[in-house]
Write a protein that binds this ligand. Structure first.
Ligand code: PGA
Length: 222
């Protein structure tokens, strides 16, 4: 059985109490599932990383943590930024290049390359998001998420066949890439059509990850 990465991206959602309730619900459901080949990763807002880490440790949950962004600067006088060393205290992964960051915050490929460097310097594994097979991927990236913009939050996913073709192209062009995830309108009903494809190694789930039960079904069906 191939290893799958099932990644929840909460985006700018959830307060601390909502996150705790979600974790309690999810951990109860997944304790009844066999998920040995599935790595569950939550991309949580910065404000929640510390508390979620504590809960994961206390209850020995098989859940890993990711930040949704990282400062492109070293620690210092950059008001509002959160740097790699600060993230590394709580998380193992970081998302870089999500289309919402590229679009709403004008993040350029050059800035993203700086973020990848900072993440590596801090010992964080990058989940690098691309919108198509043409997007440049920085050297050495191991995990890529293919998330076509037309499919994000629209209920209109890419076809599994096309997503698989993109994933294969990405792997051929970038030999360091070991996992290609698909993101865009993933639901419990369609997840398996993507994870069943030979070159898709998991999913990045936005809206479908906000409800613990729905996300648990996604994990189960993947
Ligand atoms: P969605 O988001 O699951 O809400 O479509 C996916 C993504 O942001 O990659």
């Amino acid at each position: 059985m191939k290893k799958l990465l099932i990644v929840a991206n909460w985006k700018s959602n959830k307060t601390e109490s909502q996150a705790k309730e979600w974790l309690a619900d999810l951990s109860f459901i997944i304790s009844h599932l066999s998920i040995e080949n599935k790595e569950i990763i939550i991309c949580a807002p910065f404000t929640l990383l510390s508390e979620i880490k504590k809960t994961i440790q206390e209850h020995q949950l098989s859940i890993k943590l990711a930040a949704q962004d990282i400062s492109r600067f070293e620690p210092g006088a950059y008001t509002g930024e959160v740097n790699g060393a600060q993230i590394k205290e709580f998380a193992e992964y970081v998302l870089v290049g999500h289309s919402e960051r590229r679009k709403n915050f004008d993040e350029s490929d050059q800035e993203l390359a700086q973020k990848v460097k900072r993440a590596r310097d801090a010992g964080l594994e990058v989940i690098y998001c691309v919108q198509g097979k043409e997007t440049e991927i920085p050297h050495g990236i191991q995990i890529v998420a293919y998330e076509p913009t037309f499919a994000i939050g629209t209920g209109n996913p890419d076809t599994p066949e096309n997503a698989n073709m993109v994933a294969l192209e990405i792997k051929k062009k970038n030999p360091s890439v070991r996992y290609v995830l698909y993101g865009g309108s993933i639901k419990p009903e369609n997840v398996n059509s993507f994870t069943g494809m030979p070159d898709i190694d998991g999913v990045l789930v936005g809206g479908g990850s906000l409800d613990a039960k729905e996300f648990a079904y996604i994990i189960e069906n993947a």
